[in-house]
Design a protein around this ligand. Structure first.
Ligand SMILES: Nc1ncnc2c1ncn2[C@@H]1O[C@H](COP(=O)(O)OP(=O)(O)O)[C@@H](O)[C@H]1O
Ligand SMILES: O=C(O)C1=C[C@@H](OP(=O)(O)O)[C@@H](O)[C@H](O)C1
Ligand SMILES: [Mg+2]
Length: 160
């Protein structure tokens, strides 16, 4: 959450000359409301259901770069789906996370006490990211352009 999946995914798609898609954006477009509003109105399990369907549809329909929400890998069937894909796990440390998301109310899970929340989320998720990732790219101290380059290098992808 806040590591740069959406930002770097767009840059990467440009570099590869491919299309970009983001499952959070797909959900917002289909629901006609923001992610934070879906969490408040319907609760997290409802959002996770929408997310599981959005990831499945995107993996089936889309052949370019896909950014997921940071919690998508909590779903076991999503993780199974991702094992066939060249998934990159973008990482950062907690101070970088707070810098990038701390003042941003768009992420409901970090709205209160973001440093503690982020640590707890990562303790619960780190092994799941590692399970699905084909490559891990650290983003601390790197610009989004540098991260995109590191992803190209890690997956040995050629620019368009
Ligand atoms: N490498 C980076 N260095 C500094 N800020 C970044 C970097 N990548 C993304 N950001 C900023 O961090 C915030 C979260 O980025 P975003 O792409 O929405 O992350 P995610 O999709 O992983 O939640 C945005 O304000 C974005 O501009
Ligand atoms: O990590 C999470 O549980 C979430 C991450 C968000 O996406 P980003 O990772 O793109 O911020 C968004 O799906 C929602 O707020 C929940
Ligand atoms: Mg995002």
């Amino acid at each position: 959450m806040g590591v740069g999946k959406t930002t770097v995914g767009g840059l990467l798609a440009d570099r590869l000359g491919s299309a970009f898609r983001d499952t959070d954006a797909d959900i917002v477009a289909a629901q006609g409301r923001e992610i934070a509003d879906i969490f408040v109105d319907e609760g997290e399990p409802y959002f996770r259901d929408l997310e599981r369907q959005a990831v499945r549809a995107a993996v089936e329909e889309h052949s370019g770069v896909l950014a997921l929400g940071g919690g998508a890998i909590l779903d076991e069937s999503t993780r199974a789906l991702l094992t066939a894909q060249p998934v990159v796990y973008l990482s950062m440390d907690v101070e970088e996370a707070v810098k990038r998301t701390g003042l941003n109310q768009a992420r409901p899970l970090l709205a209160v006490n973001p440093r503690k929340q982020w640590r707890e989320l990562m303790d619960a998720r780190r092994h799941l990211y590692a399970e699905v990732a084909r490559a891990v790219v650290a983003t601390d101290g790197r610009t989004p352009e540098e991260v995109a380059q590191a992803v190209l290098d890690a997956l040995e992808l050629k620019e368009a």
